[in-house]
Ligand binder design. Structure first.
Ligand SMILES: [Ca+2]
Ligand SMILES: [Ca+2]
Ligand SMILES: [Ca+2]
Length: 449
């Protein structure tokens, strides 16, 4: 008798484990059609209100077969439903009619593949949780015989055009076309804004989303646009707020005009050049921080810096949720005796959006502004940073020069001693930077955007 106990115990344990493993159906894959960005590690799917998005889910039943009517007895009905949920699991109203919305999936001709289209309108942009439930019910007994659930994070964008302004804070004035306001205070508690007519607008984060939102028509087309302060984590793990403005009006991107460029004198002898363009559609702009010290003027020794945006969509991308990417390179060019000796050195390479990048304690570069447009393409949809701007801070004793990136190659005024794009070798200058490649001049393999 004793001898039977152990094997029986083992068998029942195995049965239990097996039962747990196969107890429910599984949603094995969620695929988005025409989401503006696809979900990826660390990034949510990104959809736009007013633009229908397709969701395809692949579901297998508990025995591993496709979750399809043909694989169930005739008295079993299958339902697959999606809904955006609040913290209690209730369906949210995603089209402004006051009623929570359920999206019914239909099964396709591929067994186990279910599809639906969701249309969102009149919702505050932000992160939402989409819950999808697949249920197999015995219609005779009413019993659920199989089920699967999955939750997906989805960023809902408030329009196909938007701008992100990094790291806004108290005391800052924001200007968008004819609309402007001052950020009187901004913190976890909420924001107080001073509008043009000196009325105060108070925003609170009652729903604890880290988003403070309000609506105004900032583009002047008669339709409201969304303005949102989104809490984020800065370079030093500090709390920063990025301002997002969403619109269905393409003119939004042009409301941030470079003619609004500001110069500020900051601490000591430093000067900040605000809102300088790095990228405007397919035009990229480079900046030269030109040494004006007495030694440099005499041609004895000069240290100049070249701030070069890296061309291509791979370097100017945006993922909807708070994540923009703007790549630059900074080359330090040291020249002696009018360029007879010297060297080039890459001193920074990477993203500047939302960062205040310190170069040699000489220059600070903050990627401040990303103007995005949704590109609807038959092959892929994506956000493109159409316009990228930033603040460049340099010391007194330097001059900031700017040129179209392509003109660096032809403009000798921007080079001390000699133009390395025209001359391979000069005196004892040690070549360490491939300028042509850097500027995308001679290689045919640059990705275009
Ligand atoms: Ca509704
Ligand atoms: Ca909120
Ligand atoms: Ca508008």
């Amino acid at each position: 008798m004793v001898g039977w106990k152990k094997p029986l115990g083992l068998v029942s344990a195995l049965v239990l484990v097996f039962a747990v493993l196969v107890s429910a159906a599984t949603i094995t894959n969620v695929e988005w059609g025409n989401a503006i960005t696809q979900p990826d590690v660390g990034y949510a799917a990104d959809i736009i209100e007013g633009q229908p998005a397709v969701i395809n889910v692949t579901i297998v039943k508990r025995d591993g077969q496709p979750f399809a009517p043909a694989n169930f007895p005739p008295n079993v009905t299958l339902t697959v439903r999606g809904k955006f949920v609040d913290q209690y699991g209730n369906a949210l109203d995603m089209n402004g009619d006051g009623v929570g919305d359920i999206y019914n999936f239909t099964n396709t001709t591929t067994p186990g593949l279910w599809t639906t289209t969701i249309n969102i309108s009149n919702v505050q942009p932000g992160m939402y949780t989409l819950r999808i439930d697949a249920v197999a019910t015995n219609t005779t007994t009413g019993a659920v015989i199989d089920n699967a659930t999955i939750e997906e994070q989805v960023w809902v964008a408030g329009g196909p055009y938007w701008v992100a302004i990094a790291d806004v804070h108290d005391g800052e004035q924001v200007r968008i076309g004819s609309f402007n306001f001052t950020i009187t205070s901004l913190s976890d508690v909420g924001a107080i804004l001073t509008l043009p007519n000196l009325t105060a607008l108070t925003l609170t984060d009652n729903d604890h989303t880290g988003i403070l939102a309000f609506q105004r028509d900032v583009t002047g087309d008669g339709s409201n646009d969304w303005l949102m302060f989104v809490k984020s984590t800065g370079e030093d793990d500090n709390t920063v707020y990025n301002l997002y403005i969403y619109s269905k009006d393409a003119s939004l991107l042009d409301k941030f005009n470079s003619s609004d460029v500001d110069f500020y004198r900051v601490k000591g002898d430093r000067i900040r050049f605000a809102n300088r363009i790095f990228k405007d559609r397919n035009n990229y702009k480079a900046y030269v921080v030109w040494d004006n010290s007495p030694l440099a003027k005499l041609g004895l020794k000069a240290v100049d810096y070249y701030i070069v945006p890296v061309k291509g969509h791979d370097h100017w991308w945006e993922r909807g949720a708070p994540a923009a990417h703007e790549d630059i390179k900074v080359i330090k060019r040291t020249t002696y005796l009018w360029g007879l000796f010297g060297n080039d050195k890459v001193v920074y390479e990477g993203n500047i959006f939302g960062k205040n990048v310190n170069i040699d304690n000489v220059i600070n570069i903050l990627g401040k502004f990303a103007g995005n447009g949704a590109l609807f393409d038959t092959r892929s949809w994506r956000w493109d940073i159409l316009r990228g701007m930033g603040d460049i801070t340099i010391p007194n004793g330097y001059t900031l020069k700017s040129r179209e990136l392509k003109d660096l190659a032809i403009d000798d005024d921007l080079w001390r001693g000699f133009n390395p794009l025209k001359t391979d070798k000069h005196g004892f200058f040690s070549e360490s930077v491939d300028w042509s490649k850097l500027l995308g001049i001679d290689t045919g393999d640059e990705s275009e955007s």
